[in-house]
Design a protein around this ligand. Structure first.
Ligand code: ZN
Length: 53
């Protein structure tokens, strides 16, 4: 039974390079996680702005 998106069940913004949740490796040889599959691996680059006032 097809869903309402037809044959493609993937999210529309899902990276087509994703392979089992990985997008390959960066220039340093580190694995790049697919944040669509592994949203918990999103790196927190935002700074904590509640420390110094
Ligand atoms: Zn993915």
């Amino acid at each position: 039974m097809k869903d309402r998106y037809g044959d493609d069940a993937e999210p529309r913004d899902h990276n087509p390079d994703c392979r089992n949740g990985w997008l390959g490796a960066d220039l340093d040889g580190r694995m790049i996680p697919c944040l669509t599959c592994k949203p918990h691996l999103r790196t927190t680059v935002h700074t904590n702005d509640f420390g110094i006032r």
